[in-house]
Design a protein around this ligand. Structure first.
Ligand SMILES: Cc1cc2nc3c(=O)[nH]c(=O)nc-3n(C[C@H](O)[C@H](O)[C@H](O)COP(=O)(O)OP(=O)(O)OC[C@H]3O[C@@H](n4cnc5c(N)ncnc54)[C@H](O)[C@@H]3O)c2cc1C
Length: 466
């Protein structure tokens, strides 16, 4: 750190998003301080799958990866429906590719690039207080501080910068995620991440590098952590390719896996011109759509590249709306066992199988290449219309019509709550946190599978047990 401890920008948090933000500012000539509370290896279960736009944004700030030693190229997804029918292959549109890389290697790679940048001072210290223009941190047992024209909070879900703005840091629990690493086994289709439905929650499998693959198991909140091993062996192991099962069982029995809570906190506020929030500190969603890095890197580059704070927030709120809605709805459609959600899910499978154009459009939305609300609305409305059409009975039997009526009514009620929730979210943005609770309440009613309530019990059930 320099003698004169004033910077153009102080970035709190050298995760992937904070490091990209520091690089983007420094490359424009700003003097940057980058603070990190845990400068040693960031070993935890978190994002590893980068959609093509994320990879492009990393390249924009000069970060590349050594494939296949450090990372694996990815070309899209392969979905295994719960009825055991043929898997559905969904390539990224226009021949684009992403990568997957162990979280720790990913963060260290981006951080390393930031450390090499002459305009960035890396400060290995936890920031414990933030005021306008000043961050306070502990160094060699003593209190130290630095000032900056702009402070950027890239300090994750429990952000100290967010707290300093009087914004809540308590997210809504969605589910638990358990992460396993297997060695020396082939993927069902190399280059594709496979999503297996049919268990209590979805299972996401992808290659991390030439030797290892990752299995992420999503466990809905209704399953208490005390029965996790039994649940993994009885309900999830049979869904895995046979070659995976012996290693998977061994890892379960020896408890060699990481566990973390999947939580939701929508982007209500990006802070103030002097204290800007980005990445998970601004908001985060269930990781099923793997949108975290793309949204976070987008925040990081936009804050460095915008004319002013107003311009930045206007731009970002417009760009995040569709990915945010998709992240909210997609997990529920893929995991919920209720009849109306199953109808929707099968309508999605049908659309992907029969209509290559719609499948490509879905992948553009999922990978955040297309962030238009119109495209999302169109795909969503078509899927719902097809689900309703598929529900209409072929016979005149009253019992079948009554059942169909119940399914359509439940579908309509859930969509109604979801639309009201999205409307509340839009109202909350200009008015701040007070309206956020109403948004969460409405959306929780639309998404009963994992977000029944924000009760303490559920929070505990999803608690970090790694
Ligand atoms: C199980 C799981 C799987 C996921 N999978 C994907 C995926 O495949 N693809 C995807 O795009 N996203 C995924 N995500 C989301 C993704 O991990 C996050 O969006 C991403 O890590 C956010 O990065 P960040 O830099 O904003 O925050 P973080 O990664 O949380 O980094 C914050 C940094 O700030 C530091 N810090 C915190 N407090 C302080 C302080 N007071 N002072 C100094 N430093 C501080 C922390 O040590 C940390 O290094 C997943 C999330 C989970 C939980």
């Amino acid at each position: 750190m320099r003698d004169r401890q004033h910077y153009d920008v102080a970035v709190v948090g050298a995760g992937a998003v904070g490091s990209v933000c520091a690089l983007a500012h420094a490359q424009q000539g700003a003097r940057v301080a980058l603070f990190e509370a845990t400068p040693e290896r960031p070993s935890r279960l978190a994002g590893e799958w980068l959609h093509p736009p994320s990879l492009r944004m990393l390249r924009q700030v000069g970060v590349g990866f050594d494939v296949p030693a450090q990372a694996a190229m990815t070309h899209g997804f392969m979905v295994f429906p719960e009825d055991g029918s043929e898997p559905i292959t969904l390539p990224y549109p226009d021949g684009t590719s992403g990568i997957a890389c162990e979280h720790e290697s990913l963060v260290l790679r981006v951080r390393e690039a930031a450390l090499d940048e002459p305009n960035i001072d890396f400060v290995p210290a936890r920031v414990h207080e933030v005021h306008d223009g000043r961050v306070t941190f502990a160094r060699n047992g003593a209190e130290a501080s630095a000032t900056a024209d702009r402070i950027v909070g890239a300090d994750g879900r429990r952000s100290v910068v967010r707290r300093s703005l009087g914004l809540t840091t308590k997210p809504l629990a969605c589910s638990r995620m358990l992460g396993f690493v297997l060695e020396g086994v082939p993927l069902p289709l190399e280059g594709y991440g496979s999503i297996t439905c049919g268990g209590p929650g979805p299972v996401f499998i992808y290659r991390l590098n030439k030797d290892s693959i990752r299995i992420n198991v999503d466990i809905p909140l209704r399953f208490p952590p005390r029965n996790t091993a039994d649940l993994l062996l009885s309900a999830y192991a049979p869904l895995l390719p046979e070659a995976f099962r012996p290693q998977f069982r061994e890892l379960v029995q020896e408890r060699r896996f990481h566990s973390t809570a999947n939580t939701l906190s929508p982007r209500i506020s990006y802070g103030t011109p002097g204290r800007v929030l980005i990445g998970d500190a601004a908001g985060h969603y269930h990781p099923m759509t793997a949108a975290g890095f793309t949204l976070g890197f987008g925040d990081a580059l936009a804050v460095a590249g915008s004319r002013n704070f107003r311009d930045f927030t206007r731009r970002r709120f417009k760009e995040i709306r569709a990915p945010e809605m998709l992240a909210l709805a997609f997990y529920e459609v893929m995991v919920d066992q209720r009849a109306e959600a199953a109808r929707l899910r099968h309508s999605v499978y049908r659309m992907w199988r029969r209509n290559g154009g719609k499948a490509a459009q879905s992948m553009r939305l999922l990978s955040l290449e297309d962030t238009s609300e119109f495209s999302l609305g169109f795909v969503g409305a078509t899927t719902v219309a097809q689900a309703v059409a598929a529900t209409i009975p072929r016979s005149l039997r009253p019992a079948e019509w009554a059942r169909a009526g119940r399914i359509v009514a439940s579908l309509a009620a859930r969509i109604g709550w979801f639309v009201l929730g999205v409307w509340q979210l839009r109202r909350a943005r200009p008015h701040g946190e007070a309206k956020k609770k109403r948004f969460l309440d409405f959306v929780a009613r639309a998404l009963p599978a994992s977000m029944r309530s924000n009760s303490a019990a559920e929070g505990r059930a999803a608690g970090n047990t790694s």
